[in-house]
Ligand binder design. Structure first.
Ligand code: GAR
Length: 212
């Protein structure tokens, strides 16, 4: 079984999508061993508690030295024997040594079709505000492996979502979550747990399902 550690910072709807997919069998051969939040008192922690998943709060602000924060985060991830780190709305920059240690074993969900509306400063609602400001007709979400850049790692799955007249950033954010994020994040985890994803020359190759 692939051991997942999910990193969160807020509402945790993507965490919930993973919990639900594990429970109803859309994710097979994987389970969440720990949820780590960068903030205390967030809904994501309630969702983890309700599902009986162990949690840790590791907030950068509570450390004087970045090295101490990095060490605490890495050991909280190593401790349960994590195979795959899932960033599900985690808004703290990862220590480069963690990214190196878990090369091609960290995935992130981003609320746009990368390479649009991504990189430094593009997170959460800001992504949708910018998409509406630019007037795009189609947006979406991307699951990608995390490398040392910002939203620059190999793309695993993407799903397009229409922008509709009258959309506000909040309405668009919800449609992108519902139609794309909550589907492709569990799907990517299931593909990885099924041994079907490999990175070749900076690109993701998805293999066929094994015949049963
Ligand atoms: C999601 O829309 C996710 O794609 C986004 O934050 C939200 C978290 O929601 N992540 C980023 O913007 C990362 N750059 P959630 O806590 O309800 O899953």
């Amino acid at each position: 079984m692939l051991k997942l550690t999910v990193l969160v910072s807020g509402g945790g709807t993507n965490l919930q999508a993973i919990i639900d997919a594990v429970n109803d069998g859309r994710i097979q051969n994987a389970g969440i061993v720990r949820v780590i939040s960068s903030k205390d008192n967030v809904k994501a922690l309630d969702r983890a508690h309700n599902a009986g998943i162990e949690t840790r709060v590791i907030s950068k602000r509570s450390f004087d030295l970045t090295e101490d924060f990095n060490r605490a985060l890495i050991s909280a991830i190593d401790e349960p024997g994590t195979d795959l780190i899932v960033l599900a709305g985690f808004l703290t920059v990862l220590p480069p040594e963690l990214v190196r240690k878990y090369e091609n074993r960290i995935i992130n969900i981003h609320p746009s079709l990368i390479p649009s509306f991504c990189g430094v400063g593009f997170y959460g609602l800001k992504v949708h505000e910018e998409a509406l400001r630019r007037g795009v007709r189609i947006t979406g979400a991307t699951v990608h492996f995390v490398d040392e850049g910002c939203d620059s790692g190999p793309i695993i799955l993407q799903k397009a979502v229409n922008v509709l007249p009258g959309d506000t950033p909040e309405i668009l954010q919800h449609r992108v979550m519902e139609e794309a994020e909550w589907k492709i994040l569990p799907e990517a985890i299931n593909l990885i747990a099924g041994g079907r994803v490999r990175v070749d020359n900076g690109k993701v190759l998805i293999g066929k399902a094994e015949e049963k």
